[in-house]
Every structure is written in structure tokens, then in C-alpha cells.
Design a protein around this ligand. Sequence first.
Ligand code: NIG
Ligand code: FE
Length: 395
Amino acid sequence: MSSTTGTTTVITNIATLVTNDPSLGDGSPLGLIRDAAVVIDGHRVAWTGESSKAPATDNRVDAGGRAVIPGFVDSHSHLVFAGDRTEEFNARMSGRAYSAGGIRTTVAATRAATDAQLEANLTRYLAEALRQGTTTFETKSGYGLTVEDEARALRIAAAHTDEVTYLGAHIVSPDYAEDPAAYVALVTGEMLDACAPYARWIDVFCEKGAFDGDQARAILTAGKAKGLHPRIHANQLTYGPGVQLAVELDAASADHCTHLTDDDVDALANSATVATLLPGAEFSTRAEWPDARRLLDAGVTVALSTDCNPGSSFTSSVPFCIALAVRDMGMTPDEALWSATAGGARALRRDDIGRLSPGAYADLALLDAPSHVHLAYRPGVPLVTEVWRRGLRVS
Ligand code: NIG
Ligand code: FE
């Protein structure tokens, strides 16, 4: 095969290849190809098909009958933080309820940390995620809550990913406990100006104990005016206005979606807003699961992500979330895999990731298993044995 970059590589002898391109293979949403091969030209996929029909390339890699899937797209994490919340988790597992207020513990630790400490923590969790097959991740600020601390969190994050989210509106800063309106003015004014250059997205925690619907609308609208695209923490702990607001503002994603009315589900089904489900949070807060089946049956686009953060979901493992979604949220293994790859890409409004068909980035994972179904069938087993990003083996 002639190359546009100088080097072509074929990965052959793939037992099951998930392309997420329904025009390929078995024609299902996963576009499954058996006995498959993938040809990589530089950073991108150049060809996928049956192994026996693969074109000649410069390099050849034998997958040895393993499955190949697109790299996971983890579209929701909070990785710029310091400290941990082991005691809070311990207390919760002894019966105490989760509340937004625990975020203050991490805010204090994060403010006290140096830039180098925050960066070291971030890179540690990114490496952990990469080893488990995550090739794209979004991450947020939200544990600084001052102009300087939010801007530095985003600056540090932006050195490691393009998918950076300004979450100055995580909770009302403890410094403004008596005057939430003044904090909203800061988040939509000076703090937004300092943060916008580093971020693609703006997010708000719309929840009891955080920000109400009117405050959330004001915050997201101000972000849009500065060129940031909205996404929103919605309907996690209780029913509320977050999902409707996400649809009203054409947010890329409404995240959590644990408590939904029929009107919320209808609104999502008739919108371009993805419902991003975060089962690590329900696991770690012993809360009721989001109902993925109800959303899928209504025609909503569903993404699955980790929500990795030290409070409500301290896991970087997308395979773990897939297993939970299949066991407890009514998803089939195929749906869960799609949601953790193509669904994550939709939640980030990207079409160059989350699929393995010509033109997409060559971001992929090899599983020590004959198919992706084993991610749920063999929960807790480290099946990801090799990870490629932008056409290079990275793990
Ligand atoms: O997505 N919901 C708000 N933010 C995080 C929790 C953060 C924390 O508890 O530190 C979440 O679950
Ligand atoms: Fe979150």
C-alpha cells in the first residue's frame, strides 16, 4: 500500500475487530469484522477488512487471535487535584450519604499543592488510564475555585489533552459561602476570562448543594459567549432542571442522568445532547444505577465514562464501567462497548476518534480475549494487553 507518511503497518490475525462503522463487517452498529486486519498509515487508519485481503505494508504485527477495539474515549474526568478522600469513602461504606460538600476537602488540598505536584498526580492517572485502553480523555478544573487556581488547573490539563473543561462552577467557593451571587459573577466574569484560553468546554454542577437552574443557565451562557461549548453535570443526586437546560443550550452532553423524568428522556431523545452515564459514581456512592435501557429504548445516544475523581468515583477503568453497565444498567456488551468508544466521541463532538475505519486516528487496544464481550464477561481481569495511540504502540 502506498503511504502518505512514509510508513505503513498492518495488524493481522485479529479474531474480532470492532470498527464502530456499520457500513463495515456484519453491518451492526459495531461493524464487527472476524479474522480481520487493520492497516495504519502514519497516525491514521488507512484500511480495515478481512486479514486475507490486507494490502502489503512496510511493517506487520500479528495480533495472535486477540480482539481489537477502538481506544476508549473517556469523556468525563476530574484529574487535576491533590490529596484523597479515603476517610469519606470509608464513612460512606459505613452508611453516611454522599453530598456535594465533600468537594471542599479536595479544594483545600488542591490549593495547597504546587504545580509540579498537580502535574505529577495528573500524569500518574493518565498513565493508569492509558494502560487500561483509554486513548482520549476529557478533564476538568473545579478543585481550585479561585481565578488563579482554576486557570492553573486548566493550563496543566491543556498540556496533556485537547479536551479541557472549565468547571469553576463545581460548587460555590467556600470563600463566597455567604454570597453565592458574587461567586457566580466571578465565575462568569474575571475567572472565565482567565480560564477560557485554556479550555474547549464549560461545565456546571447543576444540583442541590451546588448551582440551581438559573445560575447554571447564566454560567453556561456566559461561557458560550466566550466561545466555550457547554456540557453539564445534571440530575445526579436528585431530579432537577439540568437535563432540560442541557438540551435548551445544545450542550454536547448531560452527564450522570441518574434521576430522569419521562420529559427529560423525551428531551434528550429529540436533541443532539448525549447522555453520559458514570456508573463508577453510583458504585462508589452506593446509589441507584442510571437506567441505560430506558434511555437506549427511547433513542437517546448514550456514552459511558469513568468520572474519575477522588470523591465520588476514584476509578480510571473504563472496562470496570462497562462491566457495571452490562450487569446493572441494562446494556448489552455491544452497547456498552459502543458507548465507551463511539459514544464518548459523540459526547465530545468528535468523529476522528471512537472508530476504526479509514480516516480515523489509529487509537486502539488489543484484548487478551477473542472478543470485546469478555470485558463484561470477565470483570476485573486486566484484558487490555496492548494500546496504540496515533498509530504508535504506547503501552
Ligand atoms: O461528577 N458531581 C460533581 N462532581 C463530581 C464529584 C466530585 C467530588 O466529589 O469531588 C462528580 O461526581
Ligand atoms: Fe463529574
